[in-house]
Design a protein around this ligand. Sequence first.
Ligand code: G6P
Length: 369
Amino acid sequence: EEIEKGGFDHFMLKEIFEQPRAIRDTFRGRLLTDEAIVKMSGVEDNMKKFLNADRIIVVACGTSWHAGLVSEYIFEDLARIPVEVEYASEFRYRNPVITEKDVVIAISQSGETADTLAAIKLAKSKGAFVFGVCNVVGSSIARETDAGAYTHAGPEIGVASTKAFTTQITVLTLMALRLARAKGTISSSDFRRYLIELELIPEKVKKALESDAYVKTIADIYKNAKNFLYLGRGFNFPVALEGALKLKEISYIHAEGYPAAEMKHGPIALIDEQMPVAVIATKKGHYEKVVSNIQEIKSRKGKIIGIVTEGDKTVKDLADHVIEVPETEEFLTPLLTTIPLQLLSYHIAVMLDKNVDQPRNLAKSVTVE
Ligand code: G6P
């Protein structure tokens, strides 16, 4: 096992640090920047289904559901396809409206999650076309779906999902770009620019990982907090949810993720000097509005951990700590902003002496209801 951990103390940390490689592997053969092409056979072969779709319904659970939520913002923004993101467990029992004109995307790291599998079977029985985004090759979900695209994250051992999440977002982004090009909803020059930017992401993830030592010092300050709040907007709202989930899963600290603007409808009542608030405030994503949320937190003496774009000054002046990530296109920022949040939960869990790779009560894949 020590050999498998490749010198890291835990699988989770190894997997966090593998992300530049995992994302690059997920690009391989698909992202052809020089030719300005995105090639995905599962999409290519079923292009008509995608182009004629009234909407995309994403079904997933846990972290995969968060990746689905990120993809909602990306598909709608780039490809102008309406997207609904569903918890598989709710969808399957809801008597949902599904037609032959729906494309269902099922996202699952393990490919074995019982609820997701049941949601797929239901969608298929109503005539929908079902596309799988799985990590485990030959898994039940990969076999049950009509077509699909694998993430190439490699085996994920840590129960708390990390590289599966970022590679799922990578696959879904490639799909959105391919469909946007086919539909003509983005110009060829934007398409080309986005591909070039996407190709730079593994290097930028590497850069984001350099915050590790600094994130550890932040973890040390807040490790005894009873609650945490995570805020983000737009593409980064799901990242806030995922940040909170990571902390809950492995450190057992209560955490909530919220869309930043919803803070005023509830969570703001919780803010006092005991409350650390991680706020994702990247340069282009409703930046001014998030900055005013940060001011509201500050005036209530909450402790602010800002996740910001490199070189940011405004948030730096307001926040207790800022963690910088490289600049990129706004729709690609989740791939970067998620990194320090993974590290934060990891270090807190280690400092609290929790079982990072096998947290209590959780399983890597949930094959029962
Ligand atoms: C479990 C795991 C999570 C995972 C979820 C969905 O709860 O602990 O890490 O996100 O199942 O799993 P899947 O394999 O379908 O992505």
